[in-house]
Design a protein. Sequence first.
Length: 128
Amino acid sequence: MNTGDLAKYYGGGRIGIGLLLLLFPGRVLQGMLGGREAVTPGVKLLSRMLGVRDAILGAGTLAAASAVSSNGGDVRSWLRYSAVADAADAAAMVLAYRHLPKRKRFAMVALALSGAATGAYLTTVLDA
């Protein structure tokens, strides 16, 4: 499997995560935030905003990765945007760390950092 395919999977995964956050914010977030009572209307609003952002980043990455072979699409830029967004998410979680559920906060930060690291890595090794 080449790195162009990995970039497509990365983009597709972002689309999936984005759509889940957009369409089912309560279900996705109650597990992360410690129950239904933590998922307020404001939290759902922010979830949907993040979901749209992730879906757009994923769609841009997927489209650019698909276009590389035909017109040299700029997949590296989309991967960078995604990595920066995930790094910013991780920083925001670190700032709110003591307010996150104790059993889940480390995993939440690690997940955001892994997304940032994956995007950054793919940027450096992309075949195109």
